[in-house]
Design a protein around this ligand. Structure first.
Ligand SMILES: CC(C)(COP(=O)(O)OP(=O)(O)OC[C@H]1O[C@@H](n2cnc3c(N)ncnc32)[C@H](O)[C@@H]1OP(=O)(O)O)[C@@H](O)C(=O)NCCC(=O)NCCS
Length: 168
């Protein structure tokens, strides 16, 4: 398996993969593939990593610029998706490890909204005062690279379509 940046030829497969993998998720809105397209169109994919095996895209991870409160320099990870037939084989872990390796070189930290049971293993955790309006606080998690405690609203890129203060 190879983890690499997306190429133009991957775009349709990424859309299909994200839609198929997230369909099973109760909290999925069905808009995730469209969000990736919008991020791409707006030049806001800080990372767009694919996992490839035998020439097929089997996993995907996106990261985009985000703020926590007034603090720039955060990377929002998501969506992360692995083809249903290839889940629980370490592909999500490999994508996340490569994303964090790259983000550590430049960023303040990574943040995401997701299952704490899964993301805790990578060092993500909730912080008092860190949140997204309408989300249970335990699913809003950060991994600061400098040990600081992030506090405030996790403000996603406008492509996510959240009505967040600060999106202008
Ligand atoms: C969540 C997801 C990205 C994980 O990728 P993956 O390649 O299946 O994960 P890995 O093989 O690296 O899993 C590592 C561990 O996480 C566990 N795990 C996988 N999915 C999990 C989940 N949804 N909740 C809790 N634990 C999970 C696995 O059991 C495994 O643990 P183990 O090795 O101790 O058994 C993938 O299952 C997926 O696409 N799921 C549907 C979409 C989704 O939930 N996306 C995340 C929110 S955007």
């Amino acid at each position: 398996m190879l983890i690499r940046n997306e190429t133009a030829g991957d775009v349709p497969a990424i859309g299909r993969l994200v839609t198929e993998a997230l369909r099973v998720l109760a909290q999925s809105t069905g808009t995730e593939a469209g969000i990736v397209e919008k991020l791409r169109a707006q030049g806001a994919l800080a990372l767009s990593l694919v996992a490839e095996a035998a020439g097929e895209v089997i996993g995907y991870l996106a990261a985009s610029p985000a703020r926590i409160g007034t603090q720039d320099g955060w990377a929002l990870i998501g969506p992360l998706a692995v083809l249903p037939s290839r889940q629980r084989q370490g592909i999500g872990t490999a994508l996340m490890a490569e994303a964090l390796r790259r983000l550590r070189a430049t960023g303040r930290g990574a943040a995401l909204v997701g299952d704490p049971t899964y993301y805790g293993r990578f060092g993500f955790r909730a912080f008092p005062g860190l949140g997204v309006a309408g989300c249970p606080p335990e699913v809003v998690q950060a991994l600061p690279f400098d040990g600081q405690h992030p506090c405030g609203e996790l403000i996603h890129h406008p492509a996510f379509g959240l009505d967040q203060h600060g999106n202008g």
